[in-house]
Design a protein around this ligand. Structure first.
Ligand SMILES: Nc1ncnc2c1ncn2[C@@H]1O[C@H](COP(=O)(O)OP(=O)(O)O)[C@@H](O)[C@H]1O
Ligand SMILES: [Mg+2]
Length: 228
């Protein structure tokens, strides 16, 4: 039997590519195939959104794209290198749905951590600028448990944005925000893309789709290109 022809439009200068990603998870009734052959390209400077109903596999896909998890079959390429482990944060930075802030570090320290680990300069100024842009500049000395979940989410976005990565993955970046802070978050994501980062966002919020260059949807384990 021949392989199905992919209707996926390839992008020559993509910095993030997925080919044929499959992933099944254990289930009492037998393995549950969540991703069934995801093909995806994102170019530098593009902001692309991925929608899909709850449980469609958006977070599972993002975990593969950033090397947190491994596909059963298929490949992920970031900055020209096929992933075998999580890439450097400067290549691919992530705002995970579960945030992953260190409880023992302040918001400022959390956001600065990737820059400190790679010995970069101007760390405090760069972090302060992004925290301020996200409306949480006054909370830099607080610990994650001392602020709201939406404020934690913005700190986790700051940690990703401040790294000026080649690829930024944001999983439901507006899910826990009050209405008033959504524009600041969208402003940072758009600014990061305009500066040359390939930004991929999982979301079901129309406001986020509106700032996208391309809108994709995950349907039955594949990206549905028929509507694009
Ligand atoms: N690590 C895992 N182990 C078992 N099942 C998982 C795991 N991760 C995701 N799943 C299952 O995969 C499906 C997709 O989950 P998820 O990627 O979180 O969806 P979405 O982010 O689109 O809401 C769900 O049925 C979920 O229960
Ligand atoms: Mg999810």
């Amino acid at each position: 039997m021949s392989a199905p022809v992919s209707d996926h439009p390839t992008i020559d200068n993509a910095v993030l590519s997925a080919r044929g990603l499959t992933r099944a998870f254990p289930h009492p009734d037998g393995p549950l195939p969540v991703l069934r052959g995801v093909d995806l390209d994102v170019a530098p400077g593009e902001l692309v959104t991925v929608s899909g109903r709850s449980g469609s596999g958006k977070s599972a896909l993002f975990a593969l794209l950033c090397g947190f998890d491994k596909p059963d079959t298929g490949t992920v390429t970031v900055c020209g290198t096929v992933l075998r482990a999580a890439p450097a944060w400067s290549d691919c930075a992530v705002l995970p749905q579960a945030l992953g802030l260190a409880a023992e570090l302040t918001l400022q320290e959390n956001a600065a951590l990737p820059l400190r680990l790679t010995g970069q300069s101007d760390v405090e100024d760069r972090v302060a600028d992004v925290l301020g842009e996200l409306g949480i500049g006054h909370l830099g000395d607080r610990y994650p448990t001392e602020v709201s979940y939406g404020q934690q989410q913005r700190a986790a976005l700051a940690r990703a944005a401040v790294a000026r990565p080649s690829v930024l993955l944001a999983d439901e970046p507006t899910a826990h925000l009050d209405h008033g802070s959504v524009p600041a978050v969208l402003g940072v994501l758009r600014r990061v893309a305009d500066a040359g980062t390939a930004v991929l966002i999982a979301t079901h919020h129309d406001q986020v789709h509106r700032i996208a260059d391309r809108r994709l949807s995950l349907v039955e384990g594949r990206i549905d290109y028929s509507a694009t």
